[in-house]
Design a protein around this ligand. Structure first.
Ligand SMILES: *[C@@H]1O[C@H](CO)[C@@H](O)[C@H](O)[C@H]1NC(C)=O
Length: 150
């Protein structure tokens, strides 16, 4: 990339257009692991704007503190403090970029799709995403705000 192209990229990033920053998240009790990066694509601004009818990719990089044969994802949308189950197409973490059995002290990237249905209301909410191990403990539990838009 030449200097001028680099400058344009930086400028676009500053304007929040093309540059995907890691998502700011809150750890809600990852007792069986440690999260390092959360990425949502595309997400140019924060909170991420999720357009109805589109699908977004979620990539959670974490380290496991346990051995686990299975992993199961649970997603909730928290609206006014109330967690509402949010269906995702693939619940099995072992089919979402993770090679199972999960090993202790290994790094993993959990990658899944977040489909935003057209019938969802256009509101701000908090997404809570958990990945459970064999003992129903959280390999990760993250929360991040999103805004559903038309
Ligand atoms: C997920 O994020 C990690 C860390 O940024 C990256 O190394 C990996 O390539 C990403 N995976 C996908 C499928 O985007």
């Amino acid at each position: 990339m030449d200097l001028r192209a680099g400058f344009v990229v930086i400028l676009l990033c500053l304007m929040g257009l093309t540059c995907a920053d890691p998502v700011k998240y809150i750890d809600c009790g990852s007792s069986s692991g440690k999260v390092t990066i959360v990425d949502i694509n595309p997400c140019a601004t924060q909170p991420c704007q999720l357009h109805k009818g589109q699908s977004y990719s979620v990539n959670v990089t974490f380290n496991s503190a346990v051995v686990s044969k299975t992993s199961k994802a649970l997603v909730h949308g928290v609206i006014a403090g109330v967690p509402i189950p949010f269906p995702i197409p693939i619940q099995d973490g072992c089919e979402s970029g993770i090679k199972c059995p999960i090993q202790k002290q290994e790094g993993y990237c959990y990658v899944n799709a977040l489909p935003v249905k057209t019938e969802y209301p256009a509101i701000k909410l908090v997404v809570e995403w958990e990945l459970k191990d064999d003992n129903n403990q959280d390999l990760f539990c993250i929360k991040f705000p999103v805004q559903i838009v038309n």
